[in-house]
Design a protein around this ligand. Structure first.
Ligand SMILES: NC(=O)c1ccc[n+]([C@@H]2O[C@H](COP(=O)([O-])OP(=O)(O)OC[C@H]3O[C@@H](n4cnc5c(N)ncnc54)[C@H](O)[C@@H]3O)[C@@H](O)[C@H]2O)c1
Length: 339
């Protein structure tokens, strides 16, 4: 179908610019509205994408009948209110990660999706990074046998990424949830829902920020799989999400920045273990692919892989680690039931 029959609106136009590109390049969608309180940015994006409406307050868009899909890409604190408002106004919503910073707000979104019957996706975009997607396929195909250990790190310096108006510099915005949700979601995708977390955290890099900047968490996953997630947002190094999946028959090393992933499996080495390279495209924030899938799910009435429950479960897994770093004890991950 080549017809552009779905109208899209994007709220928050920095990360949201990736969403605008995704809708503008999708044959089934048209950008009809944009929203950002920054008037200069709003004007620049209006000139670039030519939407029918450009507003500074999202509420002006709630009753517009030609808006079918809304991307919420505003700072995390606004996700719950904006998502619930658009769902109740009858729109399908794609919300940037993290779904929310707390569980109550996440459950509010889950309930709003249930009540309205609208379609919802959370932007856990790492599932669309070609390297991670290939790693997941290899694990699912049994290429490395039975998983026993999974690890992922989110090492991303926030020194120059305080956010518009410094919104990231806020004790509510735990880096383990805000950015670490990428690594936690990746492990959940590959290994299932963790049941318990134990974590240590420290605060030695971003000393003028009000929260810990490094956390190391160990998770207990189903089937006795152990998981490790490291999050450092004060690190001095290029961004990486290096991840390793260990199975009884092999090991996969991958990230979202490199042009290949590596697998060592009993099948592919002779006398000495060695890694084989599998080339992949580099597309670490593949929002265009994420939007393409959302649009396909909406127009083909298919289930959405990263739905509101997935978003809430990732928030719950992150919160257990944050709580453990505070309490000094292992903490259970809250279970989020499907219905
Ligand atoms: N998927 C990813 O890898 C990824 C990467 C970066 C950011 N994000 C997420 O995207 C969201 C935005 O992050 P960012 O990096 O663009 O932050 P940013 O600070 O660079 O930009 C935020 C934008 O939102 C606007 N804004 C502020 N309050 C608003 C409101 N009430 N309504 C609408 N717009 C508002 C600001 O004016 C600014 O233009 C966050 O939830 C963040 O976690 C995701």
């Amino acid at each position: 179908m080549g017809e552009r029959n779905l109208g899209a609106a994007v709220i928050g136009l920095k990360m949201g610019s990736g969403h605008l590109r995704g809708y503008a390049s999708n044959p089934k969608t048209t950008v009809v509205a944009i929203c950002d309180p920054d008037k200069d940015l709003l004007e620049r994006r209006r000139e670039e994408y030519g939407p029918r409406m450009a507003v500074t307050d999202y509420r002006e868009l709630l009753n517009e009948p030609d808006i079918h899909i809304v991307s919420v890409a505003s700072p995390d604190y606004f996700h719950a209110e904006q998502c619930v408002s658009f769902l109740k106004a009858g729109k399908d919503v794609l919300c940037e990660k993290p779904l929310t910073l707390g569980l109550e707000e996440a459950l509010g979104i889950v309930q709003a999706v249930r009540e309205t019957g609208r379609r919802f996706m959370v932007g856990q975009v790492c599932r669309y990074a070609p390297g991670f997607a290939l790693a997941k396929r290899l694990v699912d195909r049994g290429e490395i046998g039975d998983l026993y250990l999974v690890e992922s790190e989110y090492a991303h310096s926030y020194r120059e990424a305080r956010g518009a108006g410094d919104w990231r510099v806020d004790p509510r915005r735990e880096p383990f949830i805000g950015g670490g949700c990428h690594a936690v979601d990746l492990l959940r995708w590959v290994a299932g829902d963790p049941v318990e977390a134990f974590a240590y955290a420290n605060h030695k890099c971003l000393t003028d920020w009000p929260m810990n900047d490094c956390t190391m968490a160990v998770y207990r996953f189903p089937n006795e799989v152990i998981g490790k997630v490291m999050v450092s947002v004060g690190c001095v190094r290029p961004y990486t999400m290096r991840s390793v999946f260990y199975g009884t028959e092999g090991t996969i090393v991958c990230d979202n920045q490199s042009s290949s992933i590596q697998m060592c499996s009993r099948k592919n080495f002779g006398s000495e273990p060695s890694f084989a390279d599998f080339p992949v495209e580099i597309a670490h924030h593949n929002v265009t692919a994420e939007i393409a899938e959302f649009v396909e799910c909406i127009s083909g009435d298919k289930p959405i892989p990263t739905n509101e429950l997935e978003g809430a479960r990732t928030v719950a897994a992150c919160l257990a680690a944050v709580e453990s770093a505070r309490s000094g004890k292992p903490e259970r991950v809250a279970r989020i039931e499907s219905v």
